[in-house]
Structure formats: C-alpha cells, structure tokens
Ligand binder design. Structure first.
Ligand code: RP5
Length: 163
C-alpha cells in the first residue's frame, strides 16, 4: 500500500505506483496525514493489515512523520520516501524519516523520484521472497536495465571518433 501525507505528494509517489504496475504488483494508494488526519491514518493501516497488505510505502515532505507513525502501528515492513519541497531540497524530510529511534524501523530511501521508484522495487523484492514469478520479473527488469546501459554505450561509441 502506498500512503502519502498530502495530495501534493502524488506527483512523485506516482513513480512508486508506476514501478509496481510495471512489476505486476497490485497496490492501493491513499492520502493520509500523520499530522492532519492521524486517526484516519491509523485506521487505514489497521484495515490494510486485516486485508493482507504486506508492505507499506510512505512518502511525505517537511516534518515527515508519516512513515514513523505507520511503523509504530504495524510490524509489516515500512519503506519511507522523503520528499523535497521543504528545507535544503528535502533534507528535513530525509532526517525526519530516517532518524527513527531503535526498535521501530523505517527503511528510508533516497529523496524524491529515485526514492519513490526504489521504494516500489524494494517492496517487490520483499514480496518476491514468497513469490517466484515476481522474483523472475525482478531479474528480468535488472537484465533490461543492464541492456539499456549497454545500448547507451553503443550509441555513444557510434557518435564518437573512438578516441
Ligand atoms: C507533508 O507536508 C506532506 O507530505 C507534504 O509533502 C508537505 C506539504 O503538504 P501540503 O501543504 O502541500 O498539503 O505533510
């Protein structure tokens, strides 16, 4: 399940959804704030657990407490995506998300778009521990990435003089 602190976060969190779609992983996305709608956030997490959600991806900016609050309510893995827009290009959200006190972890990824995409890949890798077909799709995606790098290299060599 993808959770985000504000509708304004969807612009970046859609990267998580797009990557999960590419990998064939079904997921719901919801807006729920740790600050502005705490009770609803906790209810959503409880309902998601009851319905079998295995991993939570939480994206938020500024004083980004959403991932930590979700992690406080569940023992399912929580992946945090700090979002830019606050101080220092998102350093505020990065520290708010990553600096969880011992005992309640949030697996915190890069700030912004790369973090949103990697959150989906990491969630899929967790789910693939019990899903061989998904593991095969992840291997395929890695091979496709390596081929894209090789293709970029071939195209660069084609343009240059070989020096
Ligand atoms: C956070 O505050 C949200 O995750 C968002 O990134 C940031 C700003 O929210 P809005 O003022 O755009 O709703 O809670």
């Amino acid at each position: 399940m993808i959770l985000m602190g504000s509708g304004s976060d969807w612009e970046l969190l859609r990267e998580s959804k797009a990557e999960l779609d590419r990998l064939g992983v079904a997921c719901e996305a919801h807006v729920c704030s740790a600050h502005r709608s705490l009770d609803r956030t906790l209810s959503l997490v409880e309902k998601a657990e009851r319905e079998g959600v295995q991993v939570f991806i939480c994206g938020a900016g500024m004083a980004a407490h959403l991932a930590g609050v979700v992690a406080a309510r569940t023992i399912r893995p929580v992946i945090g995506v700090p979002l830019p827009g606050g101080v220092g290009g998102g350093i505020d959200a990065l520290l708010s998300t990553v600096q969880m006190p011992g005992g309640v972890p949030v697996a915190t990824l890069a700030v912004g778009k790369a973090g949103a995409r990697n959150a989906a890949v990491l969630a899929a890798e967790i789910l693939a521990l019990g899903d061989e077909a998904l593991a095969a799709r992840l291997h395929q995606a890695r091979l496709a990435q390596a081929e894209a790098v090789a293709a970029a290299d071939r195209s660069l060599l084609g343009e240059g003089d070989g020096a």
